[in-house]
Design a protein around this ligand. Structure first.
Ligand SMILES: C[S@@+](CC[C@H](N)C(=O)[O-])C[C@H]1O[C@@H](n2cnc3c(N)ncnc32)[C@H](O)[C@@H]1O
Length: 228
């Protein structure tokens, strides 16, 4: 990506920038910084749409797993949630999330940690809501990782997933993406099955298909709301 080109306009071409795009899995170095900027802008409409389905209150303790540059941590802090934690296994993502949310960290309303979803550094029943925006594709063992999410959720807690990718048969771009990023793209049905196996009860899958009202791009977005 050269000289001041606008990252946010580069949705389709990213597949031609493999070294940059690989950072979606684990942002590192200069390219990781660039991709975190790009994701902050490009995931905004998706995140806003997803969060509009989530009932968030000022009493809530929230954990955002795979928090990237911390924009969703910031979003929940602006919604006046009691405490918002962010976790990412990328040191760069943690640094960026801390920078973005420093004031709330100083006030004791926010904590950002480096760690993996597979071994969450929190006590049992710590959170009312756990969120995962654009990250479950990379989780190493979805079945066990969902059990780990359930462990840190309060007894009637909510796990929220927000993805811009659903499986598309015969989609060459998606096939290249999966190969490049070594990722798993799940359907709502697959996620529901994994969630039930991990002990979640009510599972609601919401799909948005068609042109995005803001960008006009054809999208297929999925959010999943699961109750422990
Ligand atoms: C595509 S980015 C999404 C970032 C942000 N949530 C957003 O929506 O813009 C995926 C993030 O998940 C993180 N991640 C991937 N696998 C992870 C894991 N096993 N544990 C913790 N974080 C992980 C990556 O480091 C990266 O920051």
């Amino acid at each position: 990506m050269g000289n001041g080109e606008k990252m946010e306009d580069k949705q389709f071409e990213l597949i031609e920038e493999p070294e940059l795009f690989k950072n979606a899995r684990n942002p590192q170095g200069e390219l990781g910084d660039e991709l975190l900027d790009w994701m902050a802008k490009n995931h905004e409409n998706l995140a806003k749409w997803g969060v509009s389905h989530l009932n968030v209150t000022e009493d809530d303790f929230i954990l955002d797993i795979g928090c990237g540059g911390g924009v969703n941590v910031e979003r929940f802090l602006k919604m006046s949630c009691a405490k918002v934690c962010g976790l990412d296994y990328s040191a760069l993502a943690v640094k960026r999330s801390v920078q973005l949310n420093q004031k709330a960290i100083d006030e004791g309303r926010c904590e950002i940690l480096q760690g993996s979803v597979s071994d969450l550094p929190y006590e049992d029943n710590s959170f009312d809501i756990v969120t995962a925006f654009e990250t479950i594709y990379f989780w190493p063992d979805i079945a066990d990782d969902l059990k780990e999410v359930s462990r840190v959720l309060d007894d009637d807690g909510i796990f929220f997933i927000c993805n811009e990718a659903v499986p598309k048969k015969d989609d060459e771009r998606q096939r290249e993406l999966i190969e490049l990023l070594d990722m798993n793209i799940y359907s709502g049905d697959e996620l529901e099955e994994y969630l039930r196996q991990a002990g979640f009860s009510d599972v609601l899958c919401i799909l948005k298909e068609g042109p995005d009202s803001v960008t006009g791009k054809i999208i297929t977005w999925l959010c999943v709301i699961a109750q422990k």
